[in-house]
Write a protein that binds this ligand. Sequence first.
Ligand code: APR
Length: 253
Amino acid sequence: MSENQIREAAHLILDSTSTVALTGAGISTESGIPDFRGPDGLWTKVDPMKFASINAFLSDPKAWWETAAQLAPTLLDAKPNAAHQALAKLEKIGLLQCIITQNIDGLHQRAGSQKVLEVHGNFGNAVCIVCHERVNRRYVERKIKKKQLPPTCPSCGGILKIDAVLFGEALPQEIYRHAIKVVGDCQLMIVVGSSLTVYPVASLPNIATQSGSKLIILNQEPTLLDATADLVIHAKAGDTLTRIFDQVRRTRR
Ligand code: APR
């Protein structure tokens, strides 16, 4: 990535009165969590329809939870990286209105970001598929430790599912509606670490640009929407966002 691209990104951020970040799995790879479709992505090893679909879950919840229990430490022990921190700092100085994330790892909040819309849910919590009660992460962790899988609802005994959206499930409607509103009103969208292949979230950059917003795409590999962006940076998120934040602060003084 060039110095010009960093300056251009900082300029777009400083020019905008309403900036939204849309993040995907690529922002968390530097925290040790593999993405899905990158060269070492999870979907190169596991068939998403055999693991991440609601049908796979419902057909064998015990096997599903056993696989999830193996993946859980990678997600639960991860720490926010420089990219999460740069976005949190941008929000703190009033230059980022909101983060819309497809990630379920909770790392934006742990980096200090306040306004985060988790459109694919959160891995930490679980929800009962019968009475829809939400159950916190500690309860589920205890069940995993004791190998009491699938975990069941403390209220009605129904099977618990992670509170994340699986293929075949609808997005949390209220959160997604809020995301569309924020995107329709923004002047700048910054996409970070997403292949932009999973709908409906992949349509958000188009909604933004059709409403007059500028678009920055920061991703290690090309995406299908690169041609529609005002600025495309193919680089790692951590170093790039840190440099953009530093440039914003220097220019603002
Ligand atoms: N910096 C920048 N980009 C990166 C980095 C990095 N350090 N590491 C990986 N990437 C890029 C990859 O090149 C890839 O294009 O991030 C992108 C991640 O894309 P996906 O793996 O497809 O992840 P995402 O777009 O979040 O997937 C969307 O798919 O399976 C579902 O529900 C899951 O929310 C997920 C959705």
